[in-house]
Structure formats: structure tokens, C-alpha cells
Design a protein around this ligand. Structure first.
Ligand SMILES: [Zn+2]
Length: 299
């Protein structure tokens, strides 16, 4: 697989829009979604203002269809890590080259002085109702994010460090994770494809009247949002230790209401009960991952 899934450079001062898919190698739906949009843009010769870049995330993990190999590629975007790699303390682990290459491609792409720069990080989840946007709090009302009509999680970056979106947010690039839903589901593909179209339109890269399927994608997005909160804040995270044998109780979906004292999971240390009322968020239903679950509340 090539790192670059597709690129358009039209010059001028239109938006710079980068799409990364498969930063977690088992979440591959974003790759297909980007390819669909990109091919349609080409086939229909749609006029594009600005630049578009699609990148494959963790290529080695994608080939093995696993989340990561040596470390999580979405928890490693830190100054310390890049300094270590520069000093050549790295390059021994599977993700080192992936991280260096991705950073190089994105830094290069965002170098131009265009007024609007957007980084979309496409993910999927191991639990149901996994369609939402993760964005730092100061950007959560951005029109591009609003155009997606999905629940917005506004402060996850304070609980999870080293994400790609936090790294580029600090460089004044509108950066957000777009979670499409359950890994491998046709709905996630549909949602990601519809979402990328709406982002291109909201950012001003394409004109609405240039795409005959305009209303269709907006309706698809709205259809996925039925009954979900508009925006939520994270209040609690359960970090998973490697040896604790974390097992989420079955049946929890994102944004499902929970009460203080509910039995949420089990570990070798015993049962885990909810420390507060709220909604469950990102319950872990796969072996890999360092976040057991979060608790969120509507804002
Ligand atoms: Zn992910």
C-alpha cells in the first residue's frame, strides 16, 4: 500500500485538507471512504479549490489488520518521542518509520500559508454507536465540524496524550478525529464517505451545485445522529493495565446512560463499578487498547 492514497493540488488560497485513515491498523474503513470520494472527484471532474491529501496511517499494522505492532501510533505524537527518534534512539520499533513518514508528509502539506487548514483523522470503534467527532474544546463550534451533524466530544485530549490531532491543533490546524462507527461495518463506510463530502463542501473546497448527490450525504449524516447528544465532556477515564485482564461487561454502547455503582467491567482485582452517573463512552471490546472506558456528560 502506498502512503499517499490520493492528492489534489489546485494552487490558490483554498483550504488545505488532509485525511489520515488507518492510524489504527484494524480501522480501515476510512481508506475505502477516502478512495471513494477521491475517485468520484476525479471521475466527475469536480472543480476543487485548495489541496487535498489522503494518507494511509499505520501501513504495517494495516497489512496485518491489527491496531498496532509495537506501540499506538495515535499516542506517540510528542516532542519527547520526536527528539528520541532524531537522536536515533528509535527506528528499532515497527511504528518508528510510520511516525516519521506521516509527520513528514503532513508537515510538508501544511507548510503553505492558506487561511484554512484541516486535518481529519478517520477512526472506527470496537463498540456500537461509535459515530462521533473528537475535537479540542476551543474548536467544537467550527462550521466544518457542525456540518457533520455528529455528537462532539470536546475534551478527550485532556485524558489521552500524544494524539495526532492534539499535535496539529497546537499548530493552528483545525484537527479532529472522525469516528465512523463499528469496525468493519457498512454504516461506518457510509458515514465516513458522507462526512468527507460535507467537510469538503463546508470548507469551501467544492461548490454544492457541483455535486449532484449533495442532499443525499447531508441526509445520511443526519440519519446517523438520531437521539444522540450534541456535545459531551469527558469526566472519567479507566486506564487499562496490561496485566489486569480487563473485561467490559457485554452490551454497552457509546452514550448509553449509566448510574453510579453500575457494574461495568471486571479485572483480576475484582469488579469495576461506575464512580458516577453519566453516559458510557468508548467501552473497550477488543484485546488491544489502553482505555477501558470513559464516562461523559452532556454539555
Ligand atoms: Zn482508532
Amino acid at each position: 500500500m502506498n502512503r499517499v492514497l490520493g492528492s489534489i493540488e489546485s494552487g490558490g488560497k483554498g483550504p488545505l485538507i488532509a485525511c489520515v485513515a488507518g492510524l489504527h491498523g484494524n480501522e480501515q474503513v476510512g481508506i475505502e471512504a477516502f478512495n471513494r470520494v477521491f475517485n468520484k472527484l476525479q471521475d466527475h471532474k469536480i472543480d476543487f479549490k485548495g489541496s487535498l491529501l489522503g494518507l494511509a496511517g499505520n501501513k504495517k499494522a494495516i497489512a496485518l489488520n491489527q491496531r498496532s505492532i509495537d506501540y499506538d501510533l495515535n499516542r506517540s505524537w510528542t516532542k519527547e518521542k520526536f527528539e528520541a527518534l532524531k537522536a536515533n534512539h528509535g527506528l528499532a520499533l515497527a511504528e518508528d518509520n510510520e511516525l516519521i513518514e506521516l509527520k513528514h508528509c503532513l508537515d510538508d502539506f501544511f507548510m503553505a500559508e492558506n487561511p484554512l487548514k484541516i486535518l481529519i483523522d478517520l477512526h472506527a470503534t470496537s463498540s456500537e454507536n461509535g459515530n462521533f467527532i473528537v475535537i479540542p474544546e476551543d474548536e467544537f463550534t467550527h462550521p466544518v465540524v457542525k456540518s457533520l451533524h455528529q455528537p462532539v466530544v470536546v475534551n478527550l485530549d485532556r485524558y489521552v496524550s500524544g494524539t495526532m490531532l492534539s499535535y496539529y491543533h497546537k499548530q493552528e490546524i483545525v484537527s479532529f478525529a472522525f469516528e465512523g462507527g463499528l469496525i468493519g461495518s457498512p454504516e461506518a463506510l457510509q458515514l465516513h464517505e458522507a462526512g468527507i463530502w460535507e467537510i469538503l463542501k463546508a470548507a469551501g473546497a467544492i461548490e454544492a451545485h457541483d455535486q449532484p448527490w449533495e442532499d443525499h450525504y447531508r441526509e445520511v449524516l443526519k440519519g446517523f445522529n438520531d437521539g444522540f447528544p450534541h456535545s459531551v465532556k469527558v469526566y472519567y477515564r479507566h486506564p487499562v493495565e496490561e496485566q489486569e485482564d480487563f473485561k467490559m461487561k457485554p452490551g454497552y454502547a457509546n452514550f448509553q446512560g449509566i448510574n453510579k455503582g453500575d457494574h461495568l467491567a471486571d479485572t483480576i482485582y475484582g469488579p469495576l463499578y461506575s464512580p458516577m452517573d453519566g453516559m458510557i463512552f468508548l467501552p473497550l471490546y477488543q484485546k488491544e487498547g489502553s482505555d477501558g472506558f470513559f464516562i461523559v456528560r452532556e454539555v
